[in-house]
Design a protein around this ligand. Structure first.
Ligand SMILES: Nc1ncnc2c1ncn2[C@@H]1O[C@H](COP(=O)(O)OP(=O)(O)OP(=O)(O)O)[C@@H](O)[C@H]1O
Length: 210
């Protein structure tokens, strides 16, 4: 689905060749500051490489339309965005972004169960805890039904048991779609991925630093 060649971005990323397969789960792991979030942002055309190519379905992403791209390839950021309003508003807004019709109350309840979020649909989303907001944002991207999910530490605020369960049920529910997921958990990566990419921190050139 994505092929990267000879990519360089500042002194943060240097990738000669990398591939993420369509319909598979690819986990990205690596130490803090290795560039995992930066790489996901590039796949979502939120950042562009200084040199090199990123191809999506055999076309260079720099030649395509970023808005159209982001409807097919949806990113869940590390700090989930929560909009003013209710839990329901925060779910349906994803459907609006994706230019899809609103889903039924039953579908909303089902997705809350999928991410184990035991909250009323009319509850204010701003009152949720950090881990609950993370699950609400995950539920939102699920309802957007993209071809490809870019998930940046989607369950980092959860305890290990809950994290494992939510990753498992989410991946079962989206089976067949492409998932590219940054995770701090080697265990989750090994258990649930078809392939694992390990990013290494680049050696910074200190000669130009003050
Ligand atoms: N907009 C930016 N401008 C300059 N440097 C940046 C920018 N964003 C991130 N960086 C730097 O790029 C490096 C990689 O950051 P990134 O967030 O991609 O790492 P990460 O592997 O996702 O880290 P973590 O696991 O801590 O989330 C870090 O050294 C960071 O300080």
């Amino acid at each position: 689905m994505f092929t990267i060649s000879d990519l360089v971005y500042k002194d943060i990323l240097s990738i000669s060749h990398m591939k993420m397969e369509e319909g598979k789960v690819t986990s990205i792991i690596g130490e803090s500051g290795a560039g995992k979030s930066t790489l996901l942002k590039m796949l979502n055309i939120l950042l562009s490489p200084d040199s090199g190519r990123i191809q999506y379905k055999n076309s260079d992403v720099s030649e395509g339309n970023a808005i159209t791209h982001r409807r097919e390839v949806v990113m869940l950021a590390q700090q989930p965005v929560i909009f003013e309003g209710s839990v329901e508003d925060n779910l349906q807004i994803g459907r609006i972004f994706s230019e899809k019709l609103p889903v039924s109350t039953d579908a909303l309840k089902n997705v809350l169960a999928l991410v184990k979020l035991d909250k009323e649909l009319d509850q204010s989303a701003e009152d949720l805890s950090g881990g609950e907001k993370q699950r609400l944002a995950l539920a939102r991207v699920y309802l957007m039904e993209p071809e490809c999910f870019l998930l940046d530490e989607p369950t980092s605020a959860l305890d290990e048991g809950t994290e494992d369960e939510i990753v498992r049920t989410f991946l079962e529910a989206v089976k067949g779609k492409t998932v590219i997921m940054v995770t701090h958990s080697n265990e989750i990566a090994e258990k649930y991925s078809d392939s694992i990419i390990t990013l290494k921190k680049q050696k910074r050139d200190k000669t130009n630093e003050a």
